[in-house]
Design a protein around this ligand. Sequence first.
Ligand code: HEC
Length: 224
Amino acid sequence: MRSNAVRGPTRRLAGRHWRLRLLAGVAILLLLLAVGCYNSKTGATNIGGAINFTLPVFTETGGNIVEIFTEMHFQPSYREGEIPRLLPPEGSVPITGAEVVPATVDGYSGLQVPSRAAQNYDPANAQRLYTVNCQVCHGVSLQGDGPIRPFMTRGPFPADLTATVTVQATDGELFGFISGGGRQGLSAISRGRASGSPMPPFNRLLTEEDRWALVVYLRSRIGQ
Ligand code: HEC
């Protein structure tokens, strides 16, 4: 009885790990098929047709596929150590209330910085959010001259966030652009189209509060 009690969950855990590995593998494959490809002979890598750079050449050895994307959660070492996540039940809502997601681009324009996000605003944290998530494209200067820019062979290129058109956008619109993956990205996804913008939709990467913190941060640097 006792050995069963121990073996049951362990086996379930192993099964889950196996499934997680398969899922992660499929996700990486889809990611590469959808947005990028890597030539294992030359190291040439292309992401989304627009960003080109060269990675070291990794020889593929039999079934040991070399994973070129080194983001933390794609690393086998990390995946091994990751505990099964306890996801909230489907349809559950945070105690602070669910995010209001406008159906159209216009729906964003009237949104204002929620008071909680304004009260909790921490400039150092917002700067960190910008450095980690945005600077690679929009640059230290905000002018769209981040380190990725020389590797981009076609547009849309990272926007100059100090441009009048961005300064004149409302806080709600900025929030929408960040959430939907840029002005072009938001416009595309709100029409049910695939986004042609290389900017990722941050509604799936950052919390609502972090995205509002970035709006306040941008405002503090570009004015109006
Ligand atoms: C992979 C590159 C990339 C990253 C990372 C990125 N952006 Fe962008 N961003 C773009 C591109 C390209 C555009 C122009 C195309 C578009 O609007 O979709 C853009 C447009 C925008 C716009 C719209 C500007 C306007 O007025 O038209 C805003 C605001 C913006 N980005 C903010 C951010 C913020 C804040 C972050 C970080 C959370 C971020 N971006 C991360 C590439 C990026």
